[in-house]
Design a protein around this ligand. Structure first.
Ligand code: 13P
Length: 345
């Protein structure tokens, strides 16, 4: 890789995990966005999606705590209400524009109930176009489900790790920083120890494959799930244990060259996602990488509900989005506390 390209990747990755800032995941696919709108009685149309996403990216003060935003294919081609392209608006606001490039998790042949993420065919050409449209990083999400003692299978972990590494190599070739996202789902009755075991295996395999495919580790951002109890587990591990186990797992699997780790929220409540991130950063641990957020639901759900599809609620929704960004920005520095939530409410 040319030296200049290596430097571009390193710099972009560092910008994405700059101190006290994190990533806004607003790359919901059409069906996911439709489902979230439907729950709130919002019409599912291209124009409504544009209005909503415009509201998010133009929220006053957002750029102070948001370093990057992940867009969906439709959005990167749309204009904000003020007439800028979304990537151009983000760049002006000091937010690095990114793009979701996988085409979704599909059933893994031969492994009932397991999935592999697709989207490698034609990816080189799509990445070149996205860069042209203003993207500076990309995202690919692998989905790993825990069920009983035999799921995930080794085959599922390997197929997903291999796809993530092929994707990451193609991104770097196109001078885009890959967000590498192996999500271990919260669904199920498993305990935190089982989540730890699966997360560790998944992350270990991802880094083996990234090395195998010659991916520059200084030019990626890892987007993992936290190590938590399954959503239906009878005894849920407390906050301090989630922080402890998540950091322990990362220390065992993530090389020091990786500049930053930006967690997904994965169905945690807004405040839980903030509190967990804060707990990891609050202990003054000397960690080799930045720990921040790349939240979708935990940054957006309250704002989306307040908006409800009505332009009259736009400002109120923006205030809520900016507030969640601020809370998580503080958590990324370990400077958040629950009182701050109350004060600003
Ligand atoms: P959540 O934070 O809602 O899990 O979404 C993050 C994301 O980008 C999933 O791919």
């Amino acid at each position: 890789m040319p030296k200049m390209q290596t430097e571009t990747l390193r710099q972009t990755a560092r910008d994405m995990v700059a101190p006290g800032r994190g990533i806004l995941a607003m790359d919901e696919s059409r069906p996911t966005c439709a489902a979230r709108f439907k729950k709130l009685g919002i019409a599912d149309s291209e124009e409504k999606r544009r209005e909503y996403r415009d509201l998010l990216v133009t929220a006053p003060g957002l750029g102070e705590f948001v370093s990057g935003a992940i867009l969906f294919d439709e959005t990167i081609r749309q204009q904000t209400l003020a007439g800028d392209s979304f990537p151009a608006h983000l760049a002006k606001a000091g937010i690095v524009p990114g793009i979701k490039v996988d085409t979704g998790a599909k059933p893994l042949a031969g492994f009932d109930g397991e999935k592999v993420t697709e989207g490698l065919d034609g990816l080189r050409e799509r990445l070149a176009e996205y860069r042209e449209l203003g993207a500076r990083f990309a995202k690919w999400r692998a989905v790993i489900a825990i069920a009983g003692a035999d799921k995930p299978s080794r085959a599922c972990l390997m197929a997903n790790a291999h796809a993530l590494a092929r994707y990451a190599a193609l991104c770097q070739e196109a001078a885009l920083v890959p967000i590498v996202e192996p999500e271990v789902l919260m669904d199920g009755g498993h305990d935190i120890a089982r989540c730890f075991e699966v997360t560790r295996a998944a992350q270990q395999m991802v880094f083996e494959q990234l090395r195998e495919q010659n991916v520059l580790l200084e030019g990626i951002v890892l987007k993992p799930s936290m190590v938590v109890s399954g959503a239906d587990c009878a005894t849920r591990a407390p906050l301090a244990e989630v922080a402890e186990q998540t950091v322990r797992c990362l220390k065992m699997t993530v090389p020091h060259e990786v500049p930053g780790i930006a967690f997904l929220s994965g169905g945690q409540s807004d405040e839980e996602a903030t509190a967990h991130l804060n707990a990891m950063n609050a202990r003054g641990r000397n960690l080799p990488w930045a720990l921040t957020f790349s939240y979708g639901r935990a940054l957006q759900q309250a704002a989306m509900a307040t908006w409800g599809g009505d332009a009259a609620n736009r400002e109120a929704a923006q205030k809520i989005a900016a507030h969640r960004a601020r809370m998580n920005g503080l958590a990324a520095s370990g400077a958040w506390s629950a009182d701050m939530e109350k004060l600003a409410a």
